[in-house]
Write a protein that binds this ligand. Sequence first.
Ligand SMILES: [Cu+2]
Length: 410
Amino acid sequence: MQVLLLVTVLVGCCVHGVLCGVDNRPKIDPRKVWDCTELHPIETCHITFVVESLLSMTFYNITDHRREWRGYRAAFTSPGKLSLLRDDVHPSLMEKLVMPASVDGFFRPIIAINTQMPGPTIIAHADQFLSITVYNELLDVKGISVHWHGMHQMGSTRMDGLAYITQRPIMPFQSFRYQFKAAPVGTHWYHAHTGAQRTDGLLGALIVKESTTDNRYTIDLPDQHTLILTDWFQEASIEVYQQVQSRVRFWKEMQTKLATHYTVYKSTFAPDGTLIGYAPFWSATINGKGRHYNENGEANFADISYFNVVPNQKYRFRLIGTQSIYALRFSIEGHKLMVISTDGFKINSIANVDYVILHSGERYDVVVDTSGKDIRDYWILAETLEDLTNLPYDIRLEHGLVKNIPNVLR
Ligand SMILES: [Cu+2]
């Protein structure tokens, strides 16, 4: 009788997956690029997104497509070099670990897709069917949805990803399968369409390739030359939004000073008087990497993105603006740009452009010509547009950063 009872208890545990090591979480596919163009255009491309609450500057171990619960916090100890903060972890473990994003070198809650931020790049044929299953594994028990920015969704309105409008949000530990045709061609993206989740990292590039190559450029590698630009704050997006929308403006300084002495951040403006900074700029990143600059203009050790090119070629670079507040002026040191398309639409090319300005949601495809250039690294710049020349000193100090130079063309 005693034996029978013991067996019953064990079976009960297995059913709930608690003691038997059963993990019911969806499996994580770690690939950074889902290249659906490897399939025939009439074949449906099946993609899986696992959306999770993770931390920047933290490594995770993925074994058998499942992420271990514990993370390993890291720091930049010299320019671009990450080290684990715990010395009881064997260094060889680091090679096995993955970091969703180092962003600007600061530790912060983020939202990752398949343990990556930004999420994986999707590359599709024109008119190819995509089937994307999105699992909501967030810890904060909120619904999510994913909007496919730029997709016309002809005949598939229900797949537009607008929570409470075209679908119910995907509730915690549930999933939703988006099925739609990748059209029109061009540089597009996807992002959360609920609350402030987009600017915490629930986003990525969605590239729909033309069937023929445009002769204005020779090399089009969306897996390598897609640049996701964003502004990045120390606080989770919901805190930034709450402060700004409650009309108290931004009061971070108050918490470190006497209440009688606090300074609320004062908004900054463009040279033409346009309000552009209602929360202080902190950092900008390209593809989840960038450096933070302090009030003296000194950069920290955070890693930056590198984009490989060779001489005497014309490359198509695809720029995607995904910021929450700040527009960014994009340029490449020593190179003029040729703008060939915007927001996914081809335009009559505009050559000899010094810079393009990207607001949130905007895309520009530019041709970078490497002919006649010295062989060396060139800075890629993403700068805010604020006029800081006539501001009182304390606001400059609070504002911190004048110029952000996060990335390199090499
Ligand atoms: Cu959008």
